[in-house]
Design a protein around this ligand. Structure first.
Ligand code: SF4
Length: 348
C-alpha cells in the first residue's frame, strides 16, 4: 500500500516543470534514512543535483529557504509534510521567490490488518461517531480506515484525516458531538494533543501501526501536564523576577509582532518583573534551563509547551493559553485545553 515510487515520479515531473537542476532535500524526522536511500539516487539519475539538508524539519513551518539560497539550489524538496490545511499529492508553495515542493511519503504497511485492529476496538466499545486522524505517513491507511468504518455504519465526521500537531486545536468544535478520536501515528504525539484539546473528556484511541499496539495517551498527557503544573506551583510560591518570551525565526512559526504584544502585556501586568524577548531557530531546552529566566512564555510551536516539558530540567515553559496563571499567580481552574488556548486579551 506504500506509494513512495508514485510520489517520486510526480516529484520529478514537478521539479522539471519548475526548471529545477539543483534541489535542497529536507525530510521529516524518522524518514531521513528511507528517503535518502531511495530518493537521492532516483533524482540524480534523472539529472537533478541533490543537496541534503541536515537541519531540523519539524513541520511545514520549518522550510530551509535560506539554506536553499545559500547553496545555489533552485527549490526546496520538503518530504513528509503537506502545507497547512492541505492534503493529497505533491504541492508547490512559494516563499519569497523560492519554490518549496511538499512531497508525501507513505509507510509500507499491512493496511488490511491494521484497519482490522482499529475497527474491532471501535465497534467493540460501541463508538458510533468518530474523528479519524493521522500524520502524513499513514494517510493511505487512515483513508482506508475511514471507508471501512463507514461501511460498518460508523459515522466518521470529517473527510480530511491528516493533521499537524498545531492543527488539532481547529477540531475542538467536535467536542460533544463525537464518541471518540482515532489517532493513527507512530507514537503518542497526535493522540496526546487531542486528549488535551478535548480536556480529557473524549476517549482517544491512539494506534501505532508499526507495533500494532494501542497506546494510553491519557497517562502520558497527565504526566506531562503534571510536571508542568508542579513546577509552576513551585515557581508561583517562590515568586519570579524574570520572564523570557520565546520567538521562533522559522518561517511558519515566527510571530514577532504577537510576541511583542505578549511582552508588553506582561510588563504591564507583572510590576517589578523583567520581561525580555528571546529569539531562536530550534528552541534548545538546555539553553532555556541555562538562561537567567525563571519562566518562559512560548509564541513558537505550541507543541513545545506540551511534548517537551519533561525535557526541561528546571524551568517552566508556558503556552499562550497558560499565561493567565502567571498573572493570577494561581493554577486554580487549569484545564488541559489551556495548552492550546489563545487568551482573549491577545485576540481582543
Ligand atoms: S508549528 Fe509545530 S506542530 Fe505546527 S507544523 Fe510546525 S512543528 Fe508542527
Amino acid at each position: 500500500m506504500s506509494s513512495p515510487g508514485l510520489s517520486l515520479v510526480e516529484v520529478v515531473d514537478v521539479l522539471r516543470g519548475l526548471g529545477v537542476s539543483r534541489v535542497l532535500l529536507q525530510c521529516a524526522p524518522g524518514l531521513r534514512g528511507d528517503v535518502l536511500d531511495s530518493w537521492c539516487g532516483f533524482l540524480s539519475e534523472r539529472g537533478v543535483d541533490v543537496v541534503v539538508s541536515g537541519s531540523s524539519c519539524w513541520g511545514p513551518c520549518d522550510v530551509a529557504v535560506n539554506e536553499c539560497r545559500l547553496f545555489g539550489c533552485d527549490a526546496v524538496l520538503h518530504v513528509g509534510h503537506w502545507w497547512f490545511g492541505c492534503e493529497g499529492g505533491v504541492q508547490v508553495v512559494w516563499f519569497g521567490g523560492v519554490p518549496v515542493v511538499f512531497a508525501p511519503y507513505f509507510y509500507d504497511l499491512d493496511v488490511g490488518a491494521c484497519c482490522g485492529d482499529v475497527v474491532e476496538v471501535v465497534r467493540g466499545r460501541g463508538f458510533r461517531r468518530v474523528l479519524v486522524c493521522c500524520t502524513q505517513q499513514y494517510y493511505p491507511l487512515a483513508r482506508y480506515l475511514v471507508s471501512v468504518l463507514r461501511s460498518c455504519g460508523v459515522d466518521v465526521v470529517c473527510d480530511r484525516v491528516t493533521y499537524l500537531g498545531c492543527e488539532v486545536v481547529n477540531l475542538r468544535q467536535f467536542k460533544g458531538s463525537i464518541d471518540c478520536v482515532v489517532a493513527v501515528s507512530g507514537g503518542y504525539f497526535l493522540g496526546v494533543g487531542f486528549f488535551c484539546v478535548f480536556d480529557g473528556e473524549v476517549p482517544v484511541i491512539q494506534y501505532d501501526p508499526h507495533s500494532r499496539r494501542f497506546l494510553d495517551v491519557g497517562s502520558v498527557a497527565r504526566r506531562l501536564i503534571g510536571i508542568k503544573l508542579s513546577r509552576l506551583v513551585d515557581l508561583l510560591s517562590r515568586g519570579f523576577e524574570r520572564v523570557g518570551v520565546v520567538v521562533s525565526r522559522k518561517f511558519g512559526q515566527c510571530r514577532f509582532a504577537l510576541a511583542v504584544r505578549v511582552r508588553d502585556f506582561l510588563r504591564s501586568r507583572l510590576r517589578g518583573v523583567r520581561v525580555d524577548l528571546l529569539v531562536f531557530d530550534d528552541v534548545p531546552l538546555e539553553v532555556l534551563d541555562e538562561l537567567p529566566y525563571d519562566v518562559y512564555v512560548n509564541t513558537a510551536c505550541p507543541r513545545l509547551g506540551l511534548d517537551d516539558v519533561d525535557r526541561l530540567r528546571f524551568k517552566v515553559l508556558l503556552n499562550l493559553g497558560e499565561v493567565k496563571y502567571l498573572i493570577s499567580r494561581s493554577i486554580s481552574g487549569y484545564r488541559f485545553s489551556d495548552v492550546f488556548g489563545v487568551p482573549t486579551w491577545l485576540v481582543g
